[in-house]
Write a protein that binds this ligand. Structure first.
Ligand SMILES: Nc1ncnc2c1ncn2[C@@H]1O[C@H](COP(=O)(O)OP(=O)(O)OP(=O)(O)O)[C@@H](O)[C@H]1O
Length: 259
């Protein structure tokens, strides 16, 4: 069974005076436990596709199925990690990580225990009663990840979750997120502008052409890189090879975009 199936997606945004076609005929599949990335020129529709997969709105045409069922955001099968952490400043770290479970009416003592253990694994033991503004950006993103994982989502949507962080924090967090998602066998989709990040974290990379976004090419990350945590993968000789191929393709797509 295909875990996630994206079938013939077209999407046009209609406003009073205009129509913008963001996506054209996108079909792809993601297996359970896979980590994939969406890369492409700015404005090619990556976030639009992620939102449609998340069931936030319906595409103009096409179908998304998760475990053979049409996607529906009310099923609560999807977790998010975004550029902004969206922690509530007036709630403590413990209240923030339990909030998703509470809203879904799934909070019980064993789920609370799991969330607190995960917070510990993320190196945040002792911060339970602190408030988000007492934590660094990287720490806050770790809290956001715990809050998301606590709800046991089937699929994780990562929309540029590291782009607001300084370089060193970003590298450290890439390692932590990658290891944690592998440990839990989670399926994830990452939207990023960073080719290196996509290679270091993914099993496969979907490269989209400029708007209206179409699937241009799929890159399979070499096995030897997939075995390594992102930081180590970045230093492997195979990394440079695949980086150069993706860079070249992206450059040509971006120059087509400018003409
Ligand atoms: N709500 C909206 N109404 C009208 N047009 C929209 C809307 N949201 C996005 N668009 C347009 O759809 C196209 C795709 O946007 P989208 O944000 O999905 O691209 P993206 O690849 O994620 O961009 P970036 O890489 O710059 O973040 C763009 O031309 C954008 O202007």
């Amino acid at each position: 069974m295909t875990f996630l199936k994206v079938d013939g997606i077209h999407h046009t945004y209609f406003t009073k005076n205009s129509a913008t076609t963001a996506l054209s005929d996108i079909s792809l599949e993601v297996e359970e436990g896979e980590f994939v990335s969406f890369l492409g020129p700015s404005g090619c529709g990556k976030t639009t596709l992620l939102s449609i997969i998340a069931g936030l709105f319906k595409p103009t045409e096409g179908l998304i199925t998760l475990e053979n069922k049409t996607i529906n955001r009310k099923q609560n099968k999807i977790g998010y990690m975004l550029q902004q952490d969206y922690l509530f400043p007036w709630k403590t770290i413990e209240e923030n990580i339990l909030l998703g479970l509470k809203l879904m009416d799934k909070l019980d003592s064993s789920k609370k225990q799991n969330a607190l253990e995960l917070l510990d694994e993320m190196g945040l033991k002792g911060f339970e009663s602190q408030y988000p503004n007492q934590l660094s950006g990287g720490m806050r993103q770790r809290v956001a990840l715990v809050r998301t994982l606590a709800t046991e989502p089937k699929l994780l949507m990562l929309d540029e979750p590291f782009s607001a962080l300084d370089y060193q924090t970003k590298l450290r967090l890439e390692d932590l997120v990658s290891t944690t998602l592998k440990q839990f066998g989670k399926t994830a989709i990452l939207v990023t502008h960073d080719i290196g990040e996509a290679i270091a974290m993914s099993d496969r990379i979907f490269l989209f052409s400029a708007r209206p976004g179409q699937l241009h090419r799929t890159f399979i990350v070499p096995e030897e890189l997939k075995k390594l945590p992102p930081f180590k993968a970045r230093n492997h000789s195979s990394f440079t090879k695949i980086f150069e191929s993706i860079w070249k393709e992206l450059e040509s797509l971006e120059s087509e975009n400018e003409h």
